[in-house]
Design a protein around this ligand. Structure first.
Ligand SMILES: NC(=O)c1ccc[n+]([C@@H]2O[C@H](COP(=O)([O-])OP(=O)(O)OC[C@H]3O[C@@H](n4cnc5c(N)ncnc54)[C@H](O)[C@@H]3O)[C@@H](O)[C@H]2O)c1
Length: 307
């Protein structure tokens, strides 16, 4: 059966996600949605120019933003949510919290349209601040918590694997482990989960606090030079979407609802056709438990500003 995926927000992130999706060829139908009707039409045409040169088959259609009923998204399997205004962060060093007022309003506008469309699939949400937006989307669509998957700290987990590989002289593919918590300044590498070619990171002579700093500020470093980030997150969006489409039941560090803290936060969860199929509770050490609590407080504080 043909896989059908929608992308809401065709900015740097959405357009790159669409480009990769067409190249990967796992989706038969892509539906694009953006408030900027001229831009989304151009993206559709540009993607069609791309697709005609590929050995893959994807039809690309546009959902008219202003139409009463978003009927083109009704039967989609996955909806990738990435509207926003990245330019709002430029004067704030890339701090994701400065988008909250704008993106919480976007959720208010778009969630009722998604709900009214009777879309019955899974939302993969990227928009920042990611954990708060995941919660607002869940509350305002009324969807089951498991149907909202935030990309959360999955991007920083990839960044951690690269940084640890470089610091230890190993290939990044041989680094396992996760970054948890807020997709924001209070995220933290779960060092007790990190192994390099089967050995715990504590066996290596590396400066963990320096590495942590590099991982936490990595997004800002990219923002400094190009004023947006797209390649890493667009890849992540595709891989997470594919895990859902193929019911892969992958353990991924995503933003999922934590029933103890009653919010969405970066943690390990099994991702499959139902979205978050199950949480995987890692046994965090005392200091990691403390960091998880600090992260949950930071997420809650942002939520309080816009709830
Ligand atoms: N979670 C992550 O790891 C991660 C990484 C990178 C970017 N982001 C976030 O992703 C979002 C998008 O980033 P970007 O660089 O593509 O931003 P951008 O400013 O380039 O593009 C945003 C797009 O959203 C559209 N839009 C705005 N309001 C809309 C609405 N109500 N409905 C539909 N579309 C609307 C705009 O027209 C624009 O095309 C931002 O919130 C950004 O912070 C998250």
């Amino acid at each position: 059966m043909m896989n059908k995926v929608g992308i809401i927000g065709l900015g740097h992130v959405g357009a790159t996600t669409a480009l990769l999706m067409a190249q990967r060829g796992k989706v038969g139908k892509m539906v694009l949605v953006d408030q900027n009707t001229a831009k989304v039409k151009s993206e559709q045409l540009d993607l069609q120019d791309q697709i005609a040169q590929l050995a893959t088959d994807t039809s690309v259609v546009v959902q008219d933003y202003d139409s009463e009923q978003w009927d083109k998204i009704t039967d989609l399997d996955v909806l990738i949510f990435c509207p926003g205004k990245i330019a709002a962060l430029i004067d704030h060093g890339g701090n994701r919290d400065y988008e909250l007022n704008i993106t919480s309003q976007i959720v208010k506008e778009v969630a009722p349209k998604i709900k009214a469309s009777k879309f019955a699939g899974i939302i993969v949400t990227i928009t920042n601040p990611c954990d708060v937006i995941a919660r607002l989307l869940q509350e305002q669509t009324g969807f089951d918590q498991q149907r909202i998957v935030g990309t959360g700290t999955s991007l920083e987990t990839a960044r951690m694997r690269h940084a640890v590989g470089a610091a230890t002289g190993h290939n990044y593919h041989d680094v396992q482990g996760y970054v948890f918590g807020e997709h924001g300044d209070s995220m933290f590498p779960v060092w007790s989960s990190v192994q390099i070619a089967g050995k715990p990171i504590t066996d290596f002579d590396v400066n963990l606090s320096q590495l942590k700093q590099q991982i936490v500020t990595g997004g800002y470093t990219i923002m400094d030079g190009k004023h947006y980030t797209n390649n890493g997150i667009a890849t992540r969006a595709n891989l997470t979407t594919e895990a859902i489409l193929s019911d892969a039941k992958r353990a991924l560090p995503v933003s999922a609802y934590d029933p103890d803290f009653k919010l969405y936060i970066g943690q390990l969860a099994i991702v499959g056709k139902n979205g978050i199929e199950k949480l995987v509770k890692l046994s965090l050490n005392k200091s990691e438990q403390h960091e998880y609590q600090i992260a949950s407080k930071a997420i809650q504080a942002n939520y309080e500003k816009v709830k």
